[in-house]
Structures are given as C-alpha cells and as structure tokens.
Design a protein around this ligand. Sequence first.
Ligand code: 5CA
Ligand code: ZN
Length: 493
Amino acid sequence: MKEEETVLQKGNNFSEWYNEILKRAEILDVRYPVKGVYVWYPYGYKLRNLIYKILRSLMDKEHEEALFPLLIPEDELMKEKEHIKGFEEEVFWVTKGGSTELDVPLALRPTSETAIYPVFKVWIRSHRDLPLRIYQIVNTFRYETKHTRPLIRLREITSFKEAHTAHASPADAAEQIKKAVALYKNFFDLLAVPYVITRRPEWDKFPGAEYSIAFDTLMPDGRTMQIATIHLLGESFARTFDIKYEDKDGSQKFVNQTCYGISERCVAAVISVHGEEHGLVLPPEVAPIQVVIVPIVYSSGGAEVEKVCIAAYEELKRAGIRVFFDNSEERPGAKYYKWEMKGVPLRIEIGPRDVRNNRCEFVRRDDFTRMQVPLGDVVPEVKGTLKAIQDSVHERAKETFFANVYKSGDSGVGKGEDKDKSEGELEELRRTGIVSIFLCESERCGREVEERLGVTVLGEAIYGDENGERVKSEGKCMICSRKAKGVYVARAY
Ligand code: 5CA
Ligand code: ZN
C-alpha cells in the first residue's frame, strides 16, 4: 500500500483528519500565502456550487438576488454605533489608490448592512415597496484573530449568503424570522446536517440586533460549529440610515428589518459530519459525482465491458444522474480508493462475467454493501439506492448528534437544585457534546460559566429539537441561584 492510501483516523484527531481530507479529496488548497485565505479546487468548488444551488433555489421562492459593492465608505460603516463596535477590530481597510491616500478610507465589507441599507433608503418609498427581501452571495472579509481554519474561520469568506429584509411592522419582521428559520431547517435537512436552534444570549447577539437566533451542528471532536444565524434588527438600522416608508394613511414610518446569513461553514459541516476514515461520504443531493462506473477488465473481454459501461453511462446521464465513467488506466483498486475519498455515493462495477449475466454490481459508499442489479434496471435501481443513501446518511448523522445532546435533568446535569454536583458531570459531558444547564440572563454568570468550564453559551433552545422535546425551561442559575432558563452550552469552534 502506498503511503497515500493509508486510512485516516477521524475520531482521535479530527483536525488532522479534516486537513487531510480537504487535500486528498481536493476540496481546498491551503497553500495560498495569505493567512485565513484559501483556494477552492475544481472538485471542491463543484460541491460548493451544488450546495449553494440548493440554497439559491430555496431563497428564490421569496427573495430576489442582488449584488452590492465590496467597498464601503468609512462614514457609512461607522454610522451604526452598536454595529461598528462589534466589527471595528475585524475590518480590513483600503486606504490608498496607487500612492495617493484616499480622502475617505474604504472598508472591505465584513457583512453588508452598511452597504445595503443606504440603498434601501432610496429604494423604499411607500408601503407598496414592502416587504423587500433581497439576498446576495459574495465574499466578505474579517480580520479574524482567533486561530483561522479552512472553511470554518476565514479571513476571506468566499461564499457569504446574506439576506436582508424590510417590513412595514414589527409583526411582519417577526414573521419573517420564522420563515427564515424554516428555510434554514429545510436547507440543512437536505444536506443531512443535524442542528440545534438557539436564541443567543442577550450579551452575545449580533451587533445592532434586537436578538439573534443560531443553528449549531456538532463536529466529530465534540465541538459545536455555528452554521447559520438569523437576526431581528427591528428599527435600529432604519433609524440610523433613515429608511422610511409612507403608510396607507400618509404617515412616514420606519421599516422593521431582519437579516440572516450562511457561509461555507455549511460545506465544512457536510464534510465533517458525514466523512469517515476512507474519506468523504457525500449525501447524494450534493455529490458532484453521484455514481461512478468502474470497468473490471483483465486480459480479455475489455471491448465488450466498455460497450456495456458506456451504455449504462449514457442511460444514467439521460435520466439526470451525475455519473462518471472512469475508464482511466489506473488499477480498479486505485480507482476505488480515489472515488471513496471523494465521497461518491454509489459505485457500479462491471466485469466480463457481469456482461455475460446481463448484470452489474452496486457498492454503496455509506455502508459498503454490495448488490447485483440487472442491467435493464440500472436507472430505477440507481435512483432508489441514491434515495436510500441520502436517508440513511441523514439518519446516522442525527443518531450521532442527538446521542450527544444532553438535556436538563439527564444524569442530573444542570438541575438547579444540585448545582455543586452538576459541575463534575458537566465536566464529563462537555467533552462530547451539547449540554443544557440552568443559567440566568446576566452576562456575568454567562461569562463565568464560559470561563470556568471552557464552553460557549449557545443559548435557549427556542424551537425544540428533532426529538420534539424542549429544554426544561425553569430552574435556578448554576452560578447565582437566581431564577434561570435552560440554555445549551458546548465547546464551540
Ligand atoms: N449580517 C449578519 C447576517 S448575514 C451576519 O453577518 N451574521 S454573522 O456574523 O453571524 O455571520 C453569519 C454566519 O457566517 C455565521 O453564523 C457563521 O456561520 C458564518 N461566519 C461568520 N464568520 C465567519 C468566518 N470568519 N469564516 C467562516 N464563516 C463565518
Ligand atoms: Zn446567574
């Protein structure tokens, strides 16, 4: 076995596994000489595009895609006080044109509120212009000072999908928040990525927002990763940027706003949640190649086998399957290794004996099971098997995920009554997952828990979870014993 072909360990050292996978499956090249900035390989970019095609198709139902500039003048960026306080230290600046100092320094957007809302001001005139729902998929720049990580913590986020909406009333904006949650649920379900949805603590919400909602998934090392956020902005930005509309009665009113975003962390999640020691395991919905056909040829019968392979390939292609016929010179073993690494959900092997018997062999990537299929049934069998793989990949991911979500009361952890006892157990549980504890709303208690236990407070589970259960809502704060709500905590990326 070549060194390259050694299997990877996922469990013990996730970080190493992750970096190896990005390289061997040709997702991202990390050799670009700028910190936190990486190159998409063509295969990785195909995966990214399929994922974003799903996102676009969901967004397009009720939003319109637009494109705003990358550069934001300093004075606009600085207008919203809360907002800029949150982002100040993360902004990259363009200060020169050639050797000439610019009159007004230009920021590279860290997110686009301050690029978009001055334009909303001129677009929105009357109640007939509302609701306004736009989104864009762009690169954004953040001078991250924490450890940067490919697809996860970037200085150039290449695939930032940000939605910005404006509404006539607070109720309409609140309704939009619910729709955004439903849309993101739909999205991550199609990616087969499990999540918890929480309301971020007051002291850790998006700068300028009334409140923030987050989706978090669980990485194989037991850390959570925030994969989406949804913010109710209320009137704060509308007041700052003077975004008003004329209501039916002729009065001028501020709009109510929301915004919500997703980055290529969704690609990182697909890779990390499903992959294993042989490489990627891609859900068929997003696999750039859903089926690979590998001819098994020895000394004779090659021409016949090739003819049958091509016929199957043509048929699958016509049926809309993303299929690849690997007739390269490599040994079959090397081909298996390569396509397994790249996560192709289904392999079809065809050899001389199969041709004689008018059949082929399916090998599933998710569980390596084999089955023989009559050549005449290839299209329906492929469709059925891809569906089965999609479902079982999702089920497996949810099982692992929810086995690592501990609710208040489970093993006594987080029960307000016995806060002394809970810390030891929490210590144990926090190694592996998401734990619910009782915590009051004060920032002091929140920060203390974060510091003492090395966790992040994700927040209150507001929408329940896949098990239909809700976090037990009333208890005593484990720090100060005051009245508290159940909140999720976890070690986070
Ligand atoms: N304007 C709002 C909504 S679009 C906003 O910027 N929200 S955010 O700051 O929370 O970012 C949205 C999502 O982008 C986060 O939930 C997170 O999943 C992702 N994200 C944030 N920073 C980075 C980063 N440095 N690298 C990769 N993804 C990031
Ligand atoms: Zn407290």
